[in-house]
Write a protein that binds this ligand. Structure first.
Ligand SMILES: Cc1cc2nc3c(=O)[nH]c(=O)nc-3n(C[C@H](O)[C@H](O)[C@H](O)COP(=O)(O)OP(=O)(O)OC[C@H]3O[C@@H](n4cnc5c(N)ncnc54)[C@H](O)[C@@H]3O)c2cc1C
Length: 457
């Protein structure tokens, strides 16, 4: 496989395809990976475009998954690996789709920009010698700024591909990494490179983001030191997490009393998020169970408006949590303050008796909700629905179809959902894309061919 092309020749007109595939999948989270694998296993050539330096999406950041409590790394990494090694998948990381045009034959041409890693990805072996000598310590973005990383790094221990990337904004250009690299892979001269992908079908799997921790000001997220969000707790609980322990931010103490505040970013008109994010009840129960194991002496309380356990085995999971001694308080949290030792103080109106109570905990976790990851309107002409996620013209009978022939949406790009539903929907999108490709088959003159100008990283 070739390394990067000449940056001076980095602009291609839209009518010159560098890569021809049957399907373009945008987004390498669990939904995108599953759609890509389902199509590739049927013999279709797929290009998977991911904007980050590794595939895996949010799922690879999680500790364990409800309701099975499987280790997330253990079940996500093999999928990531399968994508990277599949003969029919061209994996393109650090890439953004900048434009998508119909090509007049029922297919599309995507203009894609590959952003530089400043590393020759073909030469890099992921040995991390560069990382060990880098003098710049930075907050680890993968660990949501808990723990530290280096300006040059492999993004995280289970990243796919295992290739380094340089955070050029923070790099001193001291050259220590260049000297340490045994394969001469460091290349500060790399530039963004634009190329075209010709495809007959497109699957959009751009995922979600969580509601900002500080969205609900009454809850003090982003201001009170010991109020964190649930994704941060996922990293604290993960075996690959920053500390290997559950430590609260203000003083590094192990918390003895932990509270979850539900609907801290969903079902709240004041935040513009009136819908239920569907995963927060279950992930809070899951985290509470994991915390019971990690901190057996800790008291764990979940403040909730409703508990929604809609999936297979979910209600039993909830009942198990209650049996483990996790306290469920039916009430709406009005606000969170802190005492002189930074202990969060929760003010809650209990629903059963209408009383206002104040309770102090060592650590509060906000069960933040789901927002769309990307506005798919400008580039893909898939407009947002009222909730901001991709509008689906026929959500009952055709939940993946966007209304544009051959363009499908899947996973949380289409609305809040858990991993099980993301995988089911990814399969549905792949099946619909395959059906579309079959209708196209007669009109496609030549079979798909990859032209090796594009670094497959
Ligand atoms: C705190 C928390 C805990 C959770 N725990 C569980 C659990 O235990 N069990 C469970 O079933 N679910 C859980 N979930 C839900 C789970 O995370 C999601 O269902 C799942 O990650 C959705 O996958 P996805 O592929 O749709 O989106 P994502 O994981 O968001 O992946 C989207 C991918 O697309 C990429 N992307 C975005 N825009 C572009 C673009 N323009 N070009 C290229 N790439 C792009 C992103 O970088 C990302 O890699 C949890 C969620 C949270 C917030």
């Amino acid at each position: 496989m070739n390394s990067r092309p000449d940056p001076n020749e980095s602009e291609n007109p839209m009518n010159t395809p560098d890569l021809k595939v049957d399907a373009l999948v945008v987004g390498g989270g669990i939904a995108g990976m599953q759609s890509a694998l389902d199509l590739a296993d049927q013999g279709y050539r797929v290009a998977l475009v991911e904007k980050e330096a590794s595939i895996g999406g949010k799922m690879i950041m999680l500790s364990k998954v409800f309701p099975t409590l499987d280790c997330c790394s253990c079940i996500t990494t093999p999928k990531m690996s399968a994508v990277a090694h599949h003969d029919n998948i061209t994996l393109l990381t650090t890439c953004d789709v900048q434009a998508l045009h119909t090509n007049g034959n029922g297919g599309y041409t995507a203009k894609v920009q590959q952003n530089p890693r400043y590393i020759d990805a073909d030469a890099c072996t992921g040995c991390r010698q560069c990382e060990y000598v880098c003098p710049i310590d930075l907050p680890a973005s993968y660990d949501l700024d808990m723990g530290a990383t280096r300006a040059i790094r492999v993004p995280f221990s289970t990243a796919v591909p295992q290739k380094a990337i340089i955070d050029i904004e923070h790099c001193l250009l001291c050259g220590k990494c260049e000297k340490a690299c045994p394969t001469d892979a460091v290349d500060f001269s790399q530039q963004p490179f634009t190329f075209n992908i010709e495809t007959n079908a497109v699957v959009l799997a751009t995922g979600f983001q969580t509601t900002p921790t500080d969205a609900k000001r009454e809850y003090g997220g982003g201001k009170l030191l010991n109020v964190i969000d649930a994704l941060s707790m996922e990293r604290l609980l993960a075996p690959t997490g920053p500390y290997g322990h559950i430590l609260r931010p203000s003083d590094g103490k192990e918390p003895e009393s932990i509270a979850y505040v539900q609907c801290a970013g969903s079902r709240d008109q004041s935040l513009g998020v009136p819908y239920c994010s569907r995963v927060c009840c279950m992930y809070a129960i899951k985290q509470a169970m994991l915390l019971s194991g990690a901190l057996p002496m800790a008291d764990i309380t979940i403040y909730y408006m409703d508990i929604r356990t809609f999936g297979k085995g979910y209600e039993q999971f909830y009942q198990n949590a209650k049996a483990m001694g996790i306290e469920f308080v039916h009430g709406k949290v009005a606000r969170i303050d802190e005492d002189s030792e930074h202990n969060p103080v929760i003010r809650v109106e209990t629903i059963e008796n209408g009383r206002i109570a104040e309770r102090t905990h060592d650590l509060v976790v906000l069960s933040v909700g789901m927002l769309p990851g990307e506005n798919l309107g400008p580039i893909f002409d898939v407009q947002p629905a009222d909730d901001g996620f991709a509008a689906i013209p026929d959500p009952t009978l055709s939940p993946s179809a966007t209304g544009h022939p051959g363009v499908f949406v899947t996973g949380t790009a289409s609305g809040p959902m858990d991993i099980v539903d993301s995988i089911i929907m990814a399969g549905a999108a792949a099946a619909q894309a395959a059906a579309y490709l079959e209708t196209m088959r007669s009109s496609v003159a030549a079979g798909p061919t990859a032209i090796p100008e594009v670094a497959h990283v």
